[in-house]
Design a protein around this ligand. Structure first.
Ligand code: A2P
Length: 319
C-alpha cells in the first residue's frame, strides 16, 4: 500500500476506512473486517458518535494479535463545540478513552465553525459563534499543545479553504500537515491540490464515492450519482474493475489519500484493492471532464438563517 509521508518519516496508508455514517452495532464489525482485510488506516471523529464501538473493536484486534497499535494509523477530529483552547485537551482525552488508545496519529479541526461548549449542533443560526469571536489561531494553540503532551503525533484540519489554510499557516508554530476535504470527480478542487502540493500539506478525500448513504436532509433531489456515472463505468470496464475502484484509483493517482466508507466485507475488500488499479493518462483526461464543482456535503447546515456563517464565508468562494 502506498503511503503519504509526514514529519519524522511517519507514513499514512493512502487508503483508509471511513466511519462517518457507519451505524452503531455495525461499525465495530466493519473495523474488524477491514483490519483483517489489510486496512491499516481508520478515519474517525467524535461527532460520528461511534468511537467507543470502534475502540472496542481495536482492542479486540490488539488482544487477538491481528494487528499492533504501531501498525495502525488512526485519525480523529475535534468537534466544533471544543474550539476554545482549554477544551481541546478534554476533547481528545474523551476520544482516546473511547478509542481505548493512548495517542492518535493525526488529529484534525473538523470544521472552521464554532459552537458553544456542550452543544453539538445548532438549533438556530444564532447558536453559532463567529470565528472572529473564537479564532482558529487560538484553537490551533490548543492543538499544538497536544503534540508536546504526546497524545497525538500530527495535526491537521478539515473543510478548510485555501484562504483559511493560508491564514492558519501564517500564525501556526507547527503548520498543519493535512486538510481533509470532499474530493471526487464532480468536485476536483485542482487549485486546492496545487496549493497543498506547493505547501507540503497532504489532502484526504472524504466522500470519495459520492456518499450515497448520507442523511436525506443532505441530499438534493436531482443530485448526480457518482457510482453510476457512465464515464466512470466505461473506464471501470476497461480495467475489469468496479466504479468504486476507479474513483479510488483516481484519488490515489492525484496523490491524495481517500477514506471510502463501507460496512460490507466484500465492498471493504474491493475498495482496498483499488490501490492495484492504475489509470492511464486517457482515463485521467476523461475523468477531468467530469468536474462540476458539486458538493455532496454543502455545508448549508452551518449557514442557517441568523448564522454568522454563509456558504460564501464557509468555503471562501462564490456559491
Ligand atoms: P456500504 O457501507 O453498504 O458498502 P462515501 O465513502 O463516499 O461516503 O460512500 C459511502 C457509500 O458508498 C455507502 O453507501 C457504502 O455502502 C457505499 N459503498 C462503499 N463501497 C462501495 C463499493 N465498492 N461499491 C458500491 N458502493 C460502495
Amino acid at each position: 500500500m502506498q503511503t503519504l509521508e509526514f514529519r519524522g518519516h511517519d507514513a499514512m496508508p493512502i487508503l483508509g476506512l471511513g466511519t462517518w455514517k457507519s451505524a452503531p452495532g455495525e461499525v465495530g464489525a466493519a473495523v474488524k473486517s477491514a483490519i483483517a482485510a489489510g486496512y491499516r488506516h481508520i478515519d474517525c471523529a467524535a461527532i460520528y458518535r461511534n468511537e467507543a464501538e470502534i475502540g472496542q473493536a481495536l482492542s479486540e484486534c490488539f488482544t487477538e494479535g491481528i494487528v499492533s497499535r504501531e501498525e495502525l494509523w488512526i485519525t480523529s477530529k475535534l468537534w466544533n463545540d471544543s474550539h476554545r483552547p482549554e477544551h481541546v485537551r478534554s476533547a481528545i482525552d474523551q476520544t482516546l478513552a473511547d478509542l481505548q488508545l493512548d495517542y492518535l496519529d493525526l488529529y484534525l479541526i473538523h470544521w472552521p465553525v464554532c459552537l458553544p461548549h456542550g452543544q453539538l449542533l445548532p438549533e438556530t443560526g444564532s447558536d453559532l459563534i463567529a470565528l472572529e469571536e473564537q479564532p482558529i489561531a487560538d484553537t490551533w494553540r490548543g492543538m499544538e499543545a497536544l503534540l508536546d503532551a504526546g497524545v497525538c503525533r500530527h495535526l491537521g484540519v478539515s473543510n478548510f479553504s485555501i484562504k483559511k489554510l493560508e491564514a492558519l499557516c501564517a500564525v501556526a508554530t507547527i503548520a498543519p500537515e493535512l486538510n481533509q476535504i470532499e474530493l471526487h470527480p464532480h468536485l476536483q478542487q485542482t487549485a486546492m491540490l496545487d496549493f497543498c502540493k506547493a505547501n507540503n500539506i497532504h489532502l484526504t478525500a472524504y466522500s470519495p464515492l459520492g456518499s450515497g448513504d448520507r442523511p436525506d436532509a443532505f441530499k438534493a433531489p436531482d443530485e448526480p450519482i457518482l457510482l453510476e456515472n457512465s464515464v466512470i463505468s466505461t473506464i471501470a470496464d476497461r480495467h475489469q474493475a468496479s466504479p468504486a475502484q476507479v474513483l479510488l484509483a483516481w484519488a490515489i493517482a492525484r496523490g491524495t489519500a481517500a477514506i471510502p466508507k463501507s460496512t460490507n466485507p466484500d465492498r471493504l475488500a474491493e475498495n482496498l484493492t483499488a490501490a492495484d488499479v492504475t489509470l492511464t493518462a486517457t482515463d485521467m483526461a476523461e475523468i477531468a471532464t467530469l468536474d462540476r464543482h458539486y458538493r455532496y456535503v454543502s455545508g448549508s447546515f452551518w449557514a442557517m438563517d441568523g448564522s454568522p456563517y454563509t456558504l460564501e464565508t464557509l468555503w471562501d468562494e462564490m456559491v
